[in-house]
Design a binder for this molecule. Structure first.
Ligand code: HGY
Ligand code: MN
Ligand code: MN
Length: 411
């Protein structure tokens, strides 16, 4: 293996080993929620790494860490991914893309090449939505898609709003709408695949063609708490029994469609006591597909099931829209640069869709965006077992470096 690849690989391993220590659940995966001690520690570490390679670094008002290399033009090419994680997640999701982006900046800086566009390396905040159930936060802020009132409405499991958490973290939520960026020309993201395809096909690099659209809604079914032993079956208002009638149809409905998934990963029963009939059930549904019609057909069928349940049982329900991002095609021009680099470097690559959501999709809906994937061991992700090879990540760094060198070449 050439020395350059080995040096990149070693830097990636060292950085990821350090970063995985910034977790609220040591020994049980990475839990790094936005506006927490772990987030602050990871951002401080990333700031040091970015400064080490010669970037001018700042923490922006979305809580992202941004390192900048000035080019002849103030217009910016952005490369990065997210530093936050899910609960008990892995050590690669998001953060590996940030570490790779820093390596791309190091190579560009060491090459001495003069950049046409300026380059920004970004570690985005709250892509996952694991704390506030929304996600893609930094992208929404930089594209001017959030208001401070919305930040007050989004709360975590303890009732703390995004607004309050940001202010406590030292940010200015009241200014959130003032941080829209118009200078970003393209967004590139290196990410682990989080699925089984590249490994099964024995490929080193994935070039993403489309990122699935995602519809997320929080649904609450309102029943009545009663004694589990004395209330006759025909007089009950059992929120959990009625919720299961609706939830049990979600998976099989998704199986009717191609390239589509639907998940209920969050379920809360109140008061959640074995001898009390459930008073309320709150669940979050996450529906994904490569075309909007597939996603919305399932969502409206779910609403029809809720109406039917309500009519038959007399229980009411509430629906809160948490997120809708449309399926996003990746930029053909940037993908072309990826492909040329893979061919010249003789890397085994393939095109594929992304079943996971990413920062690149919020940017890609408005401007050219593209993603490089590396294989995930066993296709596992969002779990402590998540693992990707540093040598594959290092190859993605070189493909991204070739691409940015071409895109940022002074015009
Ligand atoms: O949910 C997702 O697909 C991503 O990991 N945020
Ligand atoms: Mn994730
Ligand atoms: Mn991710």
């Amino acid at each position: 293996m050439n020395n350059e690849l080995k040096k990149i690989e070693d830097n990636i391993v060292k950085a990821l080993e350090a970063l995985q220590k910034f977790t609220a659940t040591p020994g049980c995966g990475v839990t790094r929620f936005p506006y927490t001690k772990e987030a602050r520690e990871a951002c401080a570490y990333l700031k040091e790494r970015m400064e080490e390679v010669g970037l001018a670094v700042r923490l922006d008002n979305s809580g992202a860490v941004i390192g900048r290399l000035e080019g002849k033009s103030p217009a910016t090419i952005m490369i990065g991914s997210h530093f936050d994680s899910v609960r008990h997640g892995g050590a690669y999701d998001g953060i590996a893309g940030v570490v790779c982006a820093i390596e791309v900046a190091r190579l560009l800086k060491e090459s001495g090449m003069e950049l046409g566009y300026s380059l920004e390396i970004i570690a985005t905040n709250d892509e996952e939505g694991a704390r506030f159930n929304a996600g893609l936060f930094t992208g929404k802020v930089l594209l001017g898609q959030l208001t401070s009132d919305e930040l007050k409405a989004q709360v975590d499991a303890y009732g703390v709003s995004v607004y309050q958490a940001m202010a406590a973290y030292g940010l200015k939520p009241e200014e959130i709408a003032e941080h829209k960026r118009d200078d970003i020309k393209a967004f590139i993201e290196i990410h682990i695949e989080q699925g089984p395809v590249l490994e099964a096909e024995h490929k080193e690099i994935g070039i993403v063609d489309v990122i699935v659209g995602i519809k997320r809604a929080r649904i609450r079914i309102n029943g009545r708490a009663d004694h589990a032993g004395t209330m006759p079956m025909h007089m009950r208002k059992d929120a959990l029994e009625q919720a299961t009638k609706v939830i049990s149809k979600i998976g099989d409905r998704a199986r009717l469609f191609r390239n589509c998934v639907a998940t209920v990963g969050y379920l809360q029963v109140e008061p959640n006591v074995m001898n009390i009939i459930p008073q309320s059930v709150t669940f979050v549904v996450d529906i994904r597909g490569v075309d909007e019609e597939t996603i919305m057909t399932q969502y409206y069928s779910l609403l029809a099931d809720l109406d039917k349940m309500s009519l038959e049982s007399g229980l009411t329900y509430d629906v809160e829209n948490l997120l809708y991002v449309e399926p996003v095609l990746m930029d053909e021009g940037i993908k072309g640069h990826f492909e040329i680099s893979c061919i010249e470097r003789q890397y085994d690559y393939m095109h594929l869709p992304s079943g996971a959501g990413h920062d690149a999709q919020i940017f890609g809906a408005q401007l050219p965006a593209a993603m490089l994937f590396v294989p995930s061991a066993g296709g596992r992700s969002h779990c402590p077992e998540e693992k990707s090879e540093a040598k594959d990540l290092a190859k993605a760094v070189l493909v991204a470096y070739d691409t940015i060198a071409a895109v940022c070449e002074p015009k």
